[in-house]
Every structure is written in structure tokens, then in C-alpha cells.
Design a protein around this ligand. Sequence first.
Ligand code: DX5
Ligand code: ZN
Length: 218
Amino acid sequence: TRDIVIAPSILAANFARLGEEVAAIDAAGADWIHCDVMDGHFVPNISFGADVIKAVRPFTTKTFDVHLMIAPVDAYLEGFAKAGADIITIHAEAGPHLDSSLQAIRALGKKAGVSLCPSTPEGTIEYVLDRLDLVLVMTVNPGFGGQAFLECQIPKIRRIRAMIGDRPIRLQVDGGITCHNAAAVVEAGADTLVAGSALFGGNIAAEYATNIAGLRMA
Ligand code: DX5
Ligand code: ZN
């Protein structure tokens, strides 16, 4: 059995007190902190950028897992590396040269991830597998938290697990993850679960530990 990483998405946190929210979700048992960066261009929503990540970085020592929904992304990689990202995930659909963007992330000393939108086939990453530390299968269309999980991504998770073989690559799922579908995505091969609304719920910090434990139990 693989070790499961739970990465709460701070997109669902209270932005007015983001530092405290990060500290609270860390104390509640988060393994990583998932940061959703949206540019209003690649996705139809704007969230936050490198300066916000830099500002909240001192509130935890946990891994900062930065999911960049930005196109074109190359000009921003260094800024997110300097802001304190540990893992930088870019979208396969976002740039003209995925291979070179992934090389740039590793050249900055960071772990490199690639994210696939629901309509993007897994073959897209076949020739970059050796440049990857993480593959993110989007189980909603990127842009918003709180959307319904797309069941049709389960076979893709299964196929990517087979493609990964014995490479040390984490297989992450993101979008609509709850205690009702966690077992199914893990059974298909996911080992890293992002969840926003299911964990941050009504932004009541006293409930975060119960929410994380519930997802882990599931
Ligand atoms: C969607 C983001 C997700 C999302 C997760 O574009 O990448 O990380 O915020 O939120 P929930 O768990 O609410 O779907
Ligand atoms: Zn995300």
C-alpha cells in the first residue's frame, strides 16, 4: 500500500486571514499545502500570485505544492520558485514546449509536475515522464473550487499509474475530491489527494482535523 498525501487547497480558505488558515490546516494534519494560481486567461477565474504565496510561506514548514493555471507560464516560474514553492505543476495545455518548461522547473531546484485537464489524454506526457516528479489528473475543469467530481477520469488515473511504472512520480487528483470518492481514486492508482471545499468547509478551523481525518479514513 502506498503512502497517501493529503494536500488541502487554500483556494477554499478564508483569504482575509490566509496565514492563520495555512497554520490551522497544517496543525490539522495536512501533508502538503496546495496553492491554486489562476490567471484569468488559461482559466476563467483569478485567484492569487507569487507575492501571496511568499507572504503565507512562513506560516508552515510543510511542502508548498503550487498548481499554476497560467498560460504562457515560463516567465513566471522563477517568481514562484523564489516565493517558496517546493513543487511547481504546470498545465500540459498551457505552453508550447512542455519539455522545456519542465526542464526549467528542475533547473530552479524544484520538483516538476504536469497537470492534465479532463479532456487531455494521458499520451501527452508519454515522452516527458522522466522529467516529472508529479502528475496531476484534474477531476474537474480547472478554474473553480466546489465543482462535481468527474467520474470519467478514473480510467485515466488507472492508465497513468501503469505508465508511471516504478518511477518515483506522485499521482495527484484535484477537483471535487470528498470522502465519497477518495477510495475509488486511490484504488485506481492516485496517491496524492487535493481537496478544497471538503476540507475547508465553512472555514471553521476547529473542524479541519476531523475533515482531514475523515478523508484519510475513507
Ligand atoms: C480547480 C483547482 C482545485 C480546486 C479544488 O481549478 O485546481 O484545486 O480548488 O477544490 P474542490 O476540492 O473544492 O474541488
Ligand atoms: Zn489545484
